[in-house]
Design a protein around this ligand. Structure first.
Ligand code: ATP
Ligand code: MG
Length: 811
């Protein structure tokens, strides 16, 4: 069933063909998005097999995600059939796990070693910190773990670190001394447990190959062809792994820049151009290494990835061949031009000439929404319309966002209009841990006998109530035929509890009762939720962390708070139980459309809309792409706005996002997003400013709210607490404000008024508005600082106005 090799070259352009046919030294394929890099890899593998230059077992292909690996395997199998089964096509991590399970004995590990995820590692580090009697305020286990993770990305083990930080010799600063100790102890504990953490998988494999030449040789003989996709996102450990596996390893020499203490990168003059060490009697000739990547798509610097690996490939591998691909086969010219306009703002990059012959295509659609809900609504309506007018199926559509929390507003609208969707590479909103924890609190408050939820949160966040205490209370509850909650109220009668546990359980019960009392006084769900997050210390703990994942959790909780506020506004009479009912309905219907893999669901042939973060979108393509949240502060993300290096990475992320689209691209932003019950105004993303006008079809340029401050200049007068801090610096602040649309009236004041000054309006009230003149209130939502009025201004139409920002006076 092996194909005729010639047929595998059909349709490839000359550069692609050259890359498929290349043989010998290392090969680097660098090219912009959609130029067929991944396709060249698959065709190269198929061609190697079809010409019998390689057996399937001799091939190791590495991609960045499991999804990409599965796709690559499928494509090669489609080209050459079942013989391809013996290939290794996997991520770095799973390739390492496979090697380590085989070679565990050599390392004194059980082959059934455990792999610790980040929660396990943190637990272990917390234990270690306690053993070392470290002050958790000064040395938070999370901080230690993230430092250790970064060291492992650089292949620095505890001994290396002690040496290079000077702590081994009794020098080095205090933090490093503690870190060295903690690192050492942490590794020892992992070993005892026959466990490896995530970063160990790669570091340990590299060390294995370096320390045991016979093992290294075995794999070099086996993998005659090593191919790596998305090479721009490899970190130092992965770089070394590739080197070791391809057998192009170099004598351990310091890195030219002296950066990595254990970096065995050869200097640029390269001793590795010489033939392999002739003294080793059975040295293996180097295998063939093919790497493909695009420096403009490097988006994992925060995990230690370094563009250096691609930029200096030729220096690292002196006999390397480089092939450039310049024709883009994925996108229309309009989409390409937009992507080029954005990425060309980055400095210090190699210019690329990417072209396509697929025609200009439709203009890029721009949309400015009043808020995140309206943005979601626009997208849902547009998907529906495209279905009717162009036969676009839900499966053709992807919606991207910068941060996971943004999926919530989108998911809610998709559920409401019945568009099937899935969230890829992330957890659906209501399944996220922090959301489940927070909802569990609310449930345990609403129902003191809800044992499952009460027990879920008994020790969340950690308050020293371990499994033992829980088991004792539970035993007592069963004996006395009480619910767990009722047993807590009688905790003094529970036999066998130590004083610490007893105090802890009493305090927990008292806190829960106070929260219940708050709910009983008629506080709305948003207020109760706020109290829960505050009183339990849940939020404070997340905020204190420097783990980006915890920052995302804070954003998610803010979203849940927004859900609760919206509920209060739409159901003024609803209580906590009503809110929870609503949440469980949404969380449930969440499940229905998630299934796209063909087990009988009727929607299958239409596919489902794909929601994902920009990071997850790498390497994929869709006929229709919606890129949402294009606001300074959302994307580019707030955390990156003060730092040029991070901004450059955000820009590359934008480039990745834009270049996923094949035919239609939509760019949207919300003028106002709500977090913690506070509507924040966001200016347009600086990335939007880079787009040439002639590429754009602005369906709506201006939200009814941003009109209010047009001409006022950015960086001042925002109601938002979060945006205010970042104003003032960065190129984005210099940019022109979006010109008001011709019919937008000019207004003087843009500053929000103090919450106390927001007029309280009722239906039927007459008002004047600085721009729209006389109007009649026809609807009111919310109260106080968040109140929104629907006002009929006669010939100017009916407007929904956030009163805090609107120059409205009651007559
Ligand atoms: P990215 O940088 O986003 O990972 P890429 O360079 O890996 O992109 P591919 O995904 O391999 O690009 O290719 C983009 C699209 O162009 C795919 O749909 C692919 O099938 C198509 N394509 C690539 N080369 C050709 C060709 N010679 N003829 C026709 N279609 C092609
Ligand atoms: Mg690709």
């Amino acid at each position: 069933s092996v194909r005729d090799p010639e047929s595998l070259l059909v349709g490839l352009n000359p550069q692609q063909r050259e890359a498929v046919l290349h043989s010998g030294g290392p090969l680097l394929i660098v090219a912009g998005a959609g130029s067929g890099k991944t396709r060249v890899l698959t065709h190269r593998i198929a061609h190697l097999l079809a010409t019998r230059r390689a057996r399937a077992g001799e091939i190791l292909a590495i991609t960045f995600t499991n999804k990409a690996a599965a796709e690559m395997r499928e494509r090669v199998e489609a080209l050459v059939g079942p013989p391809a089964k013996a290939m290794w096509v996997s991520t770095f991590h799973s390739a390492c796990v496979r090697i380590l399970r085989k070679e565990a004995k050599t390392l004194g590990l059980r082959s059934s070693f455990s792999i610790y995820d980040s929660a396990d590692s943190l637990k272990l580090m917390t234990m270690v910190a306690r053993e070392l009697e470290l002050d958790p305020k000064r040395y938070p286990p999370k901080a230690l773990i993230s430092k250790i993770s970064a060291l492992k990305d650089e292949l620095v083990d505890p001994a290396d670190f002690a040496r290079t930080s000077g702590t081994a010799a009794g020098a080095g600063d205090e933090f490093d001394t503690v870190l060295a100790q903690a690192y050492d102890r942490y590794q020892a504990r992992l070993r005892q447990a026959h466990a490896l953490d995530f970063d160990d998988l790669i570091m340990t494999t590299v060390h294995l190959l370096q320390a045991f030449p016979a093992v290294a040789e075995h794999y070099r003989r086996r993998f005659r062809h090593v191919l790596v996709d998305e090479y721009q996102d490899t970190n130092h450990a992965q770089y070394m792994l590739v080197r070791e596996l391809a057998g192009i390893s170099a004598p351990a020499a310091p890195r030219p820049d002296g950066a990595g203490p254990s970096g065995a990168r050869p200097d640029a003059t390269g001793t590795d151009a010489a033939p392999p060490d002739a003294t080793g009697t059975d040295a293996v000739a180097p295998g063939e290494l093919t790497v493909v990547g695009d420096a403009d798509q490097s988006i994992y610097a925060f995990r230690g990835a370094t563009i250096r690996n691609i930029v200096e490939f030729e220096a690292d591998y002196p006999n390397a061949r480089t092939i450039l691909l310049e024709q883009n086969y994925r996108s229309t010219q309009n989409i390409l031009s937009a992507a080029n306009a954005v990425i060309s703002r980055n400095t210090g990059r190699k210019r690329k000439r990417l072209w396509t012959d697929s025609g200009a295509g439709p203009a890029i659609v721009g949309y400015v929404a009043d808020n995140e809900h309206e943005e979601a609504r626009f997208i849902a309506e547009e998907i529906d319309r495209l279905g009717d007018s162009d036969g676009v199926r839900p499966g053709d559509v992807a919606i991207f966002y910068r941060a996971n929390a943004q999926s919530r507003a989108l998911e809610e609208v998709l559920i409401r209009v019945g568009l099937p969707y899935k969230v890829v590479g992330g957890t659906r909103f209501y399944e996220r841990r922090e959301i489940k924890d927070a909802v569990a609190y609310l449930r345990a408050i609403a129902n003191p006998d809800d044992d499952v939820n009460l027990r879920r949160i008994l020790n969340v966040p950690k308050r020293g109530l371990g499994d033992r205490s829980e088991a004792m209370v539970n035993a007592f509850a069963e004996r006395e035929r009480l619910s767990f909650g009722a047993a807590l109220a009688r905790v003094d009668e529970v036999p066998g509890l130590g004083t610490r546990a007893l105090t802890g359980l009493r305090a927990f019960d008292a806190m829960m009762n106070e929260l219940r009392a708050l709910a009983a006084t008629g506080a709305g769900p948003a207020e109760v939720l706020g109290a829960v997050l505050d009183r339990t210390g849940y939020l404070a703990e997340l905020r204190a962390s420097d783990d980006p994942q915890d920052a995302a959790r804070v954003e998610n909780l803010s979203e849940l708070h927004a859900v609760a506020s919206e509920f209060e506004q739409s159901e003024p009479d609803g209580d906590l139980a009503d809110f929870l009912e609503r949440v469980s309905l949404v969380a449930d219907s969440d499940q229905i459309p998630s299934d796209d893999d063909g087990d009988g669901a009727p929607k299958v042939d239409q596919g489902v809309v794909t929601l994902m973060t920009l990071h997850t979108a790498k390497g994929l393509e869709f006929p229709v792409v919606f890129l949402t949240g294009l606001e300074d502060g959302t994307f580019p993300h707030m955390r990156s706005m003060a730092d040029e290096t991070q901004l450059a990475e955000e820009r590359r992320l934008a480039y990745v996002g834009l270049t996923r689209a094949r035919e239609r691209l939509y760019l949207s932003r919300a003028a106002v997003r709500t977090s913690w019950g506070m509507p924040n105004e966001f200016p347009a993303s600086r990335f939007l400013d880079d787009l040439p006008e002639e590429l754009m079809d602005w369906r709506r340029r201006e939200s009814s709210m941003s009109v209010l401050r047009s001409g006022a200049g950015y960086g001042s007068g925002y109601g938002g607490s979060s945006y205010a801090g970042s104003g003032g610096s960065g190129q984005g602040q210099k940019k022109r404000p979006v010109p008001p649309s011709p019919d937008a009236p000019k207004l003087g004041s843009a500053t929000p008024r103090p919450a106390g000054d927001v007029p309280s309006l009722a239906i039927g009230d007459k008002v004047t508005h600085d721009a729209y003149g006389l109007g009649t209130v026809v609807g009111v939502e919310g109260a106080g600082a968040n109140s929104v009025a629907k006002i009929d201004f006669g010939s100017d139409g009916t407007k929904r106005l956030l009163l805090r920002y609107s120059p409205v006076t009651k007559l």
